[in-house]
Design a protein around this ligand. Structure first.
Ligand code: ASP
Length: 436
C-alpha cells in the first residue's frame, strides 16, 4: 500500500489538543500523505460549530445586523488554535481579509467555506505540509454533486512526495465561484481526494469507533460493523442509519477504494471497513435500520391484473405531480405505493382525484404513519431461513407487518410497520440476528 487519504471531522479539530491528535495519527504512518480537514466543530455540547458561526455571520449581514460579535468569536477560535500550536499560519491576516470581504457582501457559500479553509491552513503549517486549494481543483455540478472535471484538474496539483492538506466541504461551482457541498460534505471531499490521489485506502476519522449495526438510541449496546459493503451501507443510510455522508461513497466505489471509519480519540480501535461487493463478509446481516414518516396509497380494482398499463398510469400521475415513491408492492387486484408523508401532504388530494378520474379504481385510500425497517446484508442471498427468523422475531415481539419487500438482489428485506412499532421491530430483529 502506497498512499492513504484521511479526512478528519469537526470534533477531531475542535481545539489545539485535537489538532495535535490528528497530527499524531497522520505522522504515525508514512502512507498517510493526503489529508482533508473539516472546520473546527464543537468542543462541548453547547459550543457552536465554526460552520454554524459562519452561516450566522452571513445571515446577520443579510438582515442588516452587526456581525461583529460572531466575527470576534471566529477570530478567537482560530487565533487560539494557531497560538496554542505555536505555528505561523498568518491567521490574523487571513481573518482581516475575511472580515473585509464579509463587509463587502461576500456570498454565503464562500463565507461558509472559510472554516475548512482556515482549518487546512493551520493544519498544513503544523504538519509542515503542502496546502492544496480546493477552489479551482474540485468542481461541483449545479446540483452540488462532484463534476467529472475534478478528475482531470485535482491530480495535476497534488505533490509527488510529502504530506498535503486540502480543505473539505467546498470547490468551485459552475459559475466559477466557491460552492459548498451539502452539510457534512467534507466526507465527500475526502473521498474525492482519495480517488484523485489514487489512494489505496480512504480513512474517515471521526469521534466514534466505527459504524453500528443498529441505531444506539434504540439498541444502546449495538455492536460495531467490522466490515460492510458500499451497497449495504447505502441501503442502511437510505433506510435511516446515521452513517457517514452517502454521496461520499460514490467516488470511492467508482475507484474500488475501501473506506475505514476510525476514531481520532481512540486511534487503535479497529473501526469499520467499507469494501467493494466482492469482499462482503459471510454473515446473514450487516445491520438493521428504519425510519417513520411514510404514507401508503392503496388502490383496489377487480381484474387489475388484466388491465395493461394500470401501474404505469398510477406512477405516471405521481411523477407529473412531482412525488417520488419508495416501494410499490402489488397483488392481483390491488397495488400500494409507499410515499414520504411530507412530500405527499401538499399533492395528495390532487393525486387521488387524478387516479380516480383516469384509473377508475373500486377503492382508493391513504394511510399515514407507516415506518419502514430494512434488514440489510449480502449474506441473505442464497441463505435459507433469514426471512423466517426475521418474521418470527417480529411476531414474537407483537409487531404487525403491513408490507413486505425483498429486492431481487436479495440485499435487504424491507418491512412496513406502524410507526409506533418502529423501535420494537428494530430491537426484535437485532436480537434475533446478533444476539442469537
Ligand atoms: N463543516 C461542514 C459542516 O459542518 C462540513 C463538514 O464538517 O463536513 O457541515
Amino acid at each position: 500500500m502506497n498512499l492513504i487519504a484521511c479526512k478528519f471531522g469537526g470534533t477531531s479539530l475542535a481545539d489545539s489538543n485535537q489538532f495535535r491528535k490528528v497530527a499524531a495519527v497522520v505522522r504515525s504512518d508514512a502512507r498517510r500523505r493526503a489529508v482533508v480537514v473539516s472546520a473546527p466543530g464543537k468542543r462541548h455540547k453547547q459550543d457552536p460549530k465554526i460552520t454554524d458561526i459562519l452561516l450566522s455571520i452571513h445571515d446577520m449581514v443579510c438582515r442588516k445586523m452587526d456581525p461583529s460579535p460572531s466575527i470576534a468569536l471566529l477570530r478567537e477560535r482560530f487565533l487560539e488554535i494557531e497560538r496554542e500550536l505555536e505555528v505561523d499560519a498568518a491567521m490574523a491576516l487571513h481573518l482581516d481579509a475575511f472580515e473585509r470581504s464579509v463587509r463587502d457582501g461576500a456570498d454565503r457559500d464562500w463565507i461558509a467555506s472559510r472554516g475548512e479553509h482556515f482549518s487546512a491552513r493551520i493544519m498544513a503549517a503544523f504538519l509542515g505540509a503542502t496546502f492544496v486549494e480546493a477552489e479551482g481543483t474540485v468542481f461541483l455540478t449545479p446540483n452540488g454533486l462532484v463534476d467529472e472535471k475534478t478528475w482531470n484538474e485535482l491530480p495535476k496539483v497534488l505533490p509527488e512526495s510529502g504530506i498535503f492538506v486540502m480543505p473539505g466541504f467546498y470547490g468551485t461551482g459552475p459559475n466559477g465561484k466557491v460552492k459548498t457541498f451539502s452539510r457534512g460534505g467534507s466526507d465527500i471531499s475526502g473521498a474525492i481526494l482519495a480517488r484523485a490521489a489514487k489512494a489505496d485506502l480512504y480513512e474517515n476519522w471521526t469521534d466514534v469507533s466505527g459504524l453500528l449495526m443498529a441505531d444506539p438510541r434504540i439498541v444502546p449496546d449495538a455492536a460495531p460493523m467490522e466490515i460492510v459493503t458500499y451497497r449495504e451501507l447505502r441501503e442502511l443510510a437510505y433506510s435511516g442509519a446515521n452513517v457517514f455522508h452517502e454521496e461520499a461513497i460514490l467516488p470511492c466505489k467508482q475507484a474500488a477504494i475501501p473506506i475505514r471509519i476510525a476514531n481520532t480519540n481512540r486511534p487503535d480501535d479497529s473501526g469499520t471497513l467499507i469494501v467493494p461487493e466482492d469482499q462482503a463478509a459471510d454473515r446473514p446481516i450487516a445491520g438493521v435500520a428504519g425510519r417513520s414518516g411514510f404514507s401508503i396509497l392503496q388502490i383496489e380494482k377487480t381484474l387489475m391484473n388484466k388491465e395493461r398499463g394500470f401501474g404505469r398510469r398510477v406512477l405516471g400521475i405521481l411523477e407529473t405531480k412531482g412525488v417520488s415513491y419508495e416501494l410499490s408492492p402489488s397483488g392481483i387486484d390491488s397495488m400500494c405505493v409507499v410515499i414520504d408523508q411530507e412530500d405527499f401532504a401538499s399533492t395528495q388530494d390532487a393525486v387521488l382525484e387524478e387516479i380516480q378520474r383516469t384509473c377508475e379504481p373500486d377503492a382508493i385510500s391513504v394511510e399515514r404513519d407507516l415506518a419502514l425497517i430494512a434488514t440489510v446484508g449480502h449474506g441473505m442471498a442464497h441463505r435459507t431461513g433469514v426471512a423466517s427468523r426475521l418474521f418470527l422475531a417480529l411476531a414474537q415481539a407483537g409487531v404487525n407487518v403491513r408490507i413486505i419487500d425483498q429486492g431481487a438482489s436479495e440485499l435487504s428485506i424491507i418491512v412496513g410497520v406502524d410507526a409506533s412499532d418502529l423501535a420494537k421491530g428494530i430491537k426484535a430483529i437485532y436480537d434475533a440476528f446478533v444476539r442469537n
